[in-house]
Design a protein around this ligand. Structure first.
Ligand SMILES: Nc1ncnc2c1ncn2[C@@H]1O[C@H](COP(=O)(O)OP(=O)(O)OP(=O)(O)O)[C@@H](O)[C@H]1O
Length: 255
């Protein structure tokens, strides 16, 4: 389980995260949602140590990440897979080289062992026969698959995804969401996803944390979110006229 306690982070005296506490469920897909600028990326980066919080703690199965020794930090880094916004693949490297990168960096496996592992995860994300292609030769959805393969190649305990659907059409976005959900279930990973895609909330939100102006304004499940009366959540969730109408018809509630 990932436990966050009273997390504060700001820049140049301006607070962005204002005392966030929550837990992310083990072996589940946990979503962080909220409007643009609500602090989702800063929060995600603070969880994985790319931002150092001014106050508060993040613990991974009871281990507080800011208290790690150098050796423990290296170990913990290897337990984390990350899918960055926009995939963040190395443009000049092939699919195979991109996915092999963490293995080369963190392990002393032989080339044959690494290749075997790379092929296993590429098959898992349904990307056989693309080993020698460059990212530019792939569609956006295929690039996300490569990014997911790279994120799971080290068999991580925790998977963090920053807007994994950005730039994808709605149908491809659902396929990528489902892939992340399947991998989470299969490998029992604790997955944390930043998104503002309501389809993701419906499809894969086993736990949802809603941020509003750097504060955790609500948390619950994808079932609860459509019936909550929290004003901030309602105005985020029902931001489209179509959903406003659905709310009116099915829940007999107006905004
Ligand atoms: N390195 C930084 N230095 C200064 N301010 C920052 C930095 N990173 C983020 N911020 C500020 O923190 C606030 C929250 O940004 P953040 O990127 O976390 O929002 P977000 O919810 O992820 O938005 P989006 O959905 O558009 O990606 C913004 O006002 C942003 O300008």
């Amino acid at each position: 389980m990932i436990e966050v306690h009273n997390l504060y982070k700001g820049f140049n005296g301006v607070e962005v995260l204002k005392g966030i506490s929550t837990t992310f469920l083990p072996g589940k897909t946990n979503l962080i949602i909220g409007q643009s600028g609500s602090g989702k990326t800063v929060f995600l980066k603070s969880l994985i140590g790319l931002h150092i919080p001014e106050q508060g703690t993040v613990s991974f199965d009871g281990r507080i990440n800011t208290e790690f020794s150098q050796k423990q930090k290296m170990q913990w880094r290897q337990e984390i897979g990350m899918v960055f916004q926009g995939s963040a693949l190395f443009d000049s490297q092939t699919v195979e080289e991109n996915v092999m990168f963490p293995l080369k960096m963190f392990t002393d496996k032989s080339q044959a062992e690494m290749l075997d592992r790379v092929n296993t995860v590429l098959t898992r994300v349904n990307l056989d026969n693309s080993n020698k292609k460059l990212p530019a030769e792939l569609s956006g959805g295929m690039q996300k698959r490569v990014a997911i393969a790279r994120a799971i190649v080290m068999n991580p305990k925790y998977l963090f995804c920053d807007e994994p659907n950005s730039g994808l059409d709605p149908q491809t976005a659902i396929v990528i969401d489902n892939l992340i959900q399947e991998i989470t279930d299969e490998y029992k990973i604790t997955t944390v996803i930043n998104t503002h895609d309501m389809n993701s909330v419906i499809e894969i939100g086993e736990k949802i944390v809603f941020l509003n102006k750097g504060i955790k304004a609500w948390e619950g499940t994808s079932e609860d979110i459509f019936s909550t009366d929290s004003e901030a959540v309602v105005s985020f969730v029902y931001s489209s006229n179509l959903l406003k109408k659905v709310r009116q018809v099915y829940l007999n509630k107006t905004l």
